[in-house]
Design a protein around this ligand. Structure first.
Ligand code: UD1
Length: 338
């Protein structure tokens, strides 16, 4: 049997594949390579190039009877882009997700892990503190809304057709596989830690600090950064929990419960690289919020997932080593050890 991993050629998907394979799972990757990289797919993993919105292709894949679970990561995920082109987000995330969940119901693929986001919560008042899953979602970006709509779609389809599902709401994912088998490859990154590493290594002129007047301790945005390898293991834990019958219909925040400001991230990158990070103040970015930090009590109490790399310096170190490797030589194909 095998787990169908959509978006397996992406940044998070490549780490999920490494963890699944390490756990002895069979995998099949479905990815349209619109933003993913073929190099991210371990050589041992069967790969199908195509869209999760292609119902006929899903029928073909699922009718072979070997797929017993789906981890659905394929999505568009850039907040500012979603403000400029919301139709892309409603199509790729919500409409295509519906086609996939529908296929799971048709073919009795019972266990689904869905990649969602902290962006579903929206602009959380600072008095709320850490955000738990029962906080009423109120997304402020088309990206967040398209993901929340996908959550609802999955919830309804799963309830009607007896499927189990775990929704993982990712906070800010960063870093790279500590063994450097995978990491973020996109050249036009918008995520803070990657951008800061590129700036430290002289690959960008300067980092822009988007907003210095938020209601946070130093005025810059505060986020809960989670190491991508820890996040990847959360998917395996979710799968294990569903198969054991312990998890049927769940939503889990994936974060460490500790927030860092943009300035603190810049300092961490400067510390790790031994070089200053050129940075300049800039206006707030469209769709951004001030502060969001996870309450991760639910995932800790309901699954066997335990963070192993909950340390900003460790995240930044792995991100920097990866970034240096990217510039000197093409990193090895994920999963290749020789
Ligand atoms: C958001 C989503 C997250 C999603 C991600 C994908 C929220 C709360 N989170 O993360 O779930 O997975 O998008 O795109 O919506 N920053 C700078 N300069 C930069 C880049 C970022 O100052 O060059 C600041 C941002 O303003 C923010 C913080 O750094 O305060 C983190 O930004 P980023 O890494 O882009 O992720 P989010 O937008 O928080």
């Amino acid at each position: 049997m095998a787990v169908l991993v959509t978006g397996g050629a992406g940044y998070i998907g490549s780490h999920v594949l490494l963890e699944l394979i390490a756990a002895g799972e069979g995998v099949v990757v479905l990815d349209d390579l619109s933003t993913g990289f073929i190099e991210n797919i371990p050589a041992a993993a069967p790969f199908i190039k195509g869209s999760v919105g292609d119902a006929a292709l899903l029928d073909e894949i699922m009718s072979r009877g070997e797929i017993d679970a789906v981890i659905h990561l394929a999505a568009s995920l850039i907040v500012p882009e979603s403000v400029a082109a919301p139709e892309k987000y409603w199509r790729n995330n919500t409409a295509n997700g519906r086609v996939l969940f529908d296929a799971c119901a048709r073919h009795r693929v019972r266990d689904i892990v869905f990649s969602s986001t902290a962006a579903v919560y929206g602009d959380v008042p600072s008095s709320a503190g850490r955000v738990s899953e029962d906080f009423v979602p109120n997304p402020v970006s088309p990206y967040g809304r398209s993901k929340l709509a996908s959550e609802w779609t999955l919830n309804d389809i799963a309830a009607a057709h007896g499927l189990r599902h775990v929704i993982l709401r990712y906070f800010n994912v960063a870093g790279a596989d500590p063994e450097m088998r995978a990491g973020p490859r996109a050249r036009d990154a918008t995520h803070l830690i990657k951008v800061a590493c590129e700036a430290a290594l002289g690959r960008r002129a300067a980092l822009q600090i988007f907003g210095t007047d938020y209601a946070t301790a130093d005025g810059t945005g505060v986020r809960d950064y989670i190491h991508v390898s820890d996040l990847a293991r959360a998917h395996v834990a979710a799968l294990r929990g569903m198969r054991s019958g312990a998890l049927v219909r769940e939503i889990f925040n994936c974060g460490y419960g500790r927030g860092y400001s943009v300035l603190e991230v810049i300092e961490a990158v400067a510390r790790a690289s031994g070089r200053p990070v050129p940075a300049e103040r800039a206006p707030r970015r469209a769709g951004d919020i001030g502060e969001i930090v996870a309450d991760n009590t639910a995932i800790l109490s309901r699954t066997d997932w335990r963070p192993e790399r909950a340390d900003l310096d460790a995240i930044v170190r792995d991100a920097l080593v990866w970034e240096e490797a990217l510039s000197s030589a093409p990193p090895r194909r994920a999963g290749d050890r020789s």
